[in-house]
Design a protein around this ligand. Structure first.
Ligand SMILES: [Zn+2]
Ligand SMILES: [Zn+2]
Ligand SMILES: [Zn+2]
Length: 417
């Protein structure tokens, strides 16, 4: 369709290979900054364009499939929504927009690409789809028709995909795969958030790999694509060893040592967060074991226990072996405690542990007068003479043991309900 409008031999630009990624990056660095954008787009010389472009980029998309469905499939339906119209655009309507682009019927704008291509388009459509293009074309009002401007740094085919998207929000998946990074750049430079979202999604669902993640990360930052930035950071942290071997990483080490340092710090931070989480899980396990031991202690002293043996209880002969899980763990400790001759705190290490369990029980026991656990009352009285430091230490332990049990209980009740 563009051949008719091309002033140079069409074959030249049709067959030329698309610019490399580096060229695109170069293009972006030169164009994505609001001020330089207006200098690269050749027709724009008025500083008001720069001002218009320099507005804040739109906020990043929210995660979640419902949001994407709404954004992607309600093709340009936002105005429809505000007027209370239908959200679904029929295929025929989108076909018409596609045809208008492909046929270039009464096109009044010519868009030149660096490789010699020309894309005919309609100023009205471009103005509605992109605020940047609207300002660009405004500058040419009153001047000779057709208006024209250049998009540099991207191949003709990528520019076509971009302009078609402005018309119908349609694209071929293969084109999106091939020109995703170019389109991301264009979506930012020309302020088309819906295309930025599609590019982000495309990268998120398969195109983002450990090989290209460093390049994409740099691009995401230049394009203010926050979600893409986040996705890249996650991938890097998760697969750091592989990413650090990639070509992109090596190039980045040379070109942007600050970014390298930032990424390494992020990986270290994530690692220490993971270690911290594991330590907390381990701690919680211990607090839970202590809680179980406290319950088992009361059960042993109050009911008697088949596993550990009766003390002053006549156990029912028909009673099976105890299935209180913590009894098994307490068995050897209780047996040792009963037989050990050095029953003083600070003496035998096993006895010391038993003393600690007994003291913990006493701290948690609400019925010291009727309690059957040895030394329960003794420890309650001892509390008065304890130092403040010890007191705080025990209080913290008791609250953590109780909190661990509480958390498990509320989780179980959540599962049941
Ligand atoms: Zn038992
Ligand atoms: Zn001992
Ligand atoms: Zn007690």
């Amino acid at each position: 369709m563009a051949e008719a409008a091309v002033s140079e031999p069409a074959n030249e630009w049709m067959s030329s290979s698309p610019p490399s990624y580096e060229q695109s990056m170069q293009f972006l660095q030169e164009n994505c900054a609001p001020v330089s954008c207006s200098t690269r787009i050749e027709v724009s010389t008025n500083p008001s364009v720069s001002r218009s472009v320099s507005r804040e980029p739109p906020p990043p998309p929210l995660p979640g499939p419902a949001y994407y469905r709404q954004k992607v499939f309600s093709v340009r339906s936002s105005s429809c929504n505000t007027r209370g119209g239908y959200n679904c655009v029929p295929k025929e309507t989108v076909d018409i927009w596609d045809k208008l682009f492909e046929g270039g019927y009464q096109a009044d704008v010519r868009i030149f690409t660096e490789d010699g291509g020309v894309v005919p388009a309609h100023s009205n459509v471009l103005s509605v789809a992109s605020p940047v293009l609207k300002h660009l074309l405004k500058q040419q009002k009153g001047k000779s028709c057709p208006h024209s401007f250049s998009i540099t740094g991207v191949p003709y085919n990528a520019a076509c995909v971009f302009i078609r998207f402005l018309y119908s929000s349609r694209y071929e998946q293969a084109d999106m795969q091939k020109f995703c990074l170019h389109l991301l750049v264009l979506s930012h430079v020309f302020s088309v958030p819906s295309l930025k979202l599609v590019c982000t999604q495309n990268l998120e669902h398969g195109s983002l790999t450990t090989d290209n993640v460093i390049d994409v990360l740099q691009l995401a930052r230049l394009c203010d694509a926050s979600r893409l930035n986040l996705l890249c950071m996650r991938l890097i942290v998760k697969n750091f060893k592989t990413v650090a071997k990639s070509e992109g990483w090596k190039v980045m080490q040379q070109s942007d040592p600050k970014l390298e340092q930032e990424l390494v710090e992020s990986v270290v931070e994530a690692d220490s967060r993971k270690q911290d989480k594991l330590r907390k899980i381990e701690e919680k396990k211990i607090y839970l074991q202590l809680y179980d031991a406290m319950e088992a202690l009361v059960h042993i002293c109050r009911d008697g226990c088949r596993t550990i043996g009766p003390h002053d209880k006549d156990l029912d002969e028909t009673m099976g072996p105890c299935n209180f899980p913590a009894c098994k763990g307490l068995e050897s400790l209780v047996r040792h405690f009963a037989g050990c001759k050095t029953r003083v705190p600070g003496g035998c290490v096993h006895c010391k542990r038993m003393w600690q369990l007994l003291e913990l029980h006493s701290r948690m026991c609400c019925e010291p007068d009727t309690c059957k656990v040895p030394l329960c009352r003794h420890f309650k009285e001892k509390v008065q003479q304890q130092s403040k430091k010890d007191e705080v230490k025990w209080k913290v332990l008791v609250s953590k043991v109780q909190a661990a049990k509480k958390a498990v209980n509320s989780f179980s009740s959540f599962l049941v309900t």
